[in-house]
Design a protein around this ligand. Structure first.
Ligand code: BGC
Length: 433
């Protein structure tokens, strides 16, 4: 939009232009994001209403597509065309990537005014800071390694939620014997890769996970633990029993909600969507850490960044940033969104048992945390897309040998490591080790 166009062109042309009168503070902000499911919309509406109460209008620019696959591309296109929105969902390593280009508004005043450093989880603080500046306002933390199970089916079979992948196999057999598809799963690339990162974490723990997905070590790609995770991916694919198609995540949730599958592995945003389907946590469905990783937290942190543009929106943007971190906004938004507040001082009484477990676990720090590769917490966007494509390629071809997938990943990693020496995002995730 006009704001970014001025900023981009203004830098070069400033000398010839007569000084423009200072623009009046704008009270409308366009927000680009990918919260388009009914539950996501509800959560975003809470933010819009809070903002309206402060005299700032939320102009919605929602781009459909789970995990922001479409939104990331639209954002790039718009910025290149000089049409940046004032506010945008940019998460994880992408914050530093955009920060490096110098287009984001520094939110240092907002952060200092409310002393964000005093209450943010350290991992969240690292994600929003680049070169000592605050470049995003954090909203919530999602747990990507969440297992959802149908309580009625599990009660009927006298099954406990599986704590390991072997127990998962046993539960899957029993569900199948009952004529129920064990696992709701899509073959959409990002959802396949989400299952894979869950399997890597279960197989190895956060230290190795970081070797593979943050440092992108070719040795880690060749490691037997990666081989086992790939092998397991194929076995788990079998439990979707031919019911695999490239469905959006909302459709996967719908199938699980209809009782068409006994289990689902998905980020806890699915919890909010299940509630939209009239399912209750603890009644109709239960949630637990995904098999083999209940002691770890595979996270995705939602953050909103602001484009500086010609600085005419700064007042409204800073107001919004402060509002997003207010304890009541954090609590209300996250109840509807399925995640948990980014504040260490949040009130656990406002969380359901699933959320409380997630928030408490995340609070244990980097040793139990693993940054979701799929959700941009581990690597830059281009690397992420390439890894997802590679894992997907292996997943759809049942004859693709594990060793070949490993070699291809290792080759990719060698390439990344050649090109990304000192890449902007690396420091943000590596600090979490
Ligand atoms: C975001 C969530 C969103 C999910 C599904 C994740 O990347 O962190 O807020 O609900 O994608 O689109």
């Amino acid at each position: 939009m006009i704001a970014a166009a001025c900023a981009l062109h203004g830098m070069a042309g400033a000398a010839q232009q007569p000084a423009a009168p200072a623009p009046a503070p704008a009270s409308s902000l366009q927000v680009l994001h990918w919260w388009t499911s009914p539950s996501e919309r509800k959560a975003a509406n809470v933010l819009a209403a809070r903002l309206a109460a402060e005299g700032v209008q939320w102009q919605d620019a929602a781009i459909p597509g789970g995990a922001g696959i479409g939104a990331g591309k639209v954002l790039k296109g718009r910025v290149l065309a000089g049409d940046a929105p004032e506010v945008t969902q940019i998460i994880g390593v992408s914050v530093a990537e955009w920060g490096e280009m110098g287009l984001l508004l520094e939110l240092d005043n907002a952060a200092a005014a409310d002393n964000w450093n005093s209450f943010l989880f350290p991992t969240v603080r690292n994600l929003i800071e680049y070169r000592k500046h605050t470049l995003a306002a954090p909203l919530g933390i999602h747990r990507v390694n969440t297992l959802f199970y149908n309580r009625a089916l599990f009660a009927r079979l006298k099954l406990a939620p599986p704590g390991t992948w072997n127990e998962f196999e046993a539960a899957a057999q029993r569900l199948l014997a009952l004529g129920v598809q064990p696992l709701a799963q899509s073959s959409e690339p990002w959802q396949v890769a989400t299952l894979f990162e869950n399997l890597v974490l279960a197989e190895s723990g956060p230290a190795f996970y970081r070797e593979l997905f943050v440092r992108r070590s070719p040795q880690a790609a060749a490691d037997p633990r990666t081989a086992r995770a790939l092998q397991r991916l194929r076995t788990v694919k079998g439990w979707a029993r031919g019911a695999l198609a490239e469905r959006p995540w909302t459709e996967v949730v719908r199938r699980f909600a209809r009782g068409e599958a006994g289990m689902m592995i998905m980020g806890d945003w699915a919890k909010a969507e299940l509630n939209e389907h009239g399912m209750t946590q603890g009644g109709d469905y239960g949630c637990a850490g995904a098999p083999g990783s209940s002691q770890y937290h595979l996270y995705s942190v939602d953050t909103l960044s602001m484009f500086a543009g010609d600085y005419s929106h700064v007042q409204a943007q800073e107001k919004m940033a402060r509002l997003l971190l207010a304890p009541s906004t954090q609590a209300d938004f996250n109840v509807l969104k399925g995640g948990v507040p980014v504040r260490r001082d949040a009130d656990p009484a406002r969380m359901d048992s699933c959320a409380r477990a997630s928030w408490t676990l995340f609070g244990k720090g980097a040793a139990v945390q693993a940054p979701s590769m799929v959700h941009r917490m581990a690597v830059d966007e281009a690397s992420r897309d390439a890894i997802i494509a590679e894992v997907h390629r292996y997943f759809i071809d049942d004859r693709a040998p594990v060793a070949v997938a490993q070699r291809r990943l290792a080759a990719l990693f060698r390439l990344f490591n050649l090109t990304s020496q000192g890449a902007p995002g690396a420091q943000n995730t590596d600090r979490g080790r």
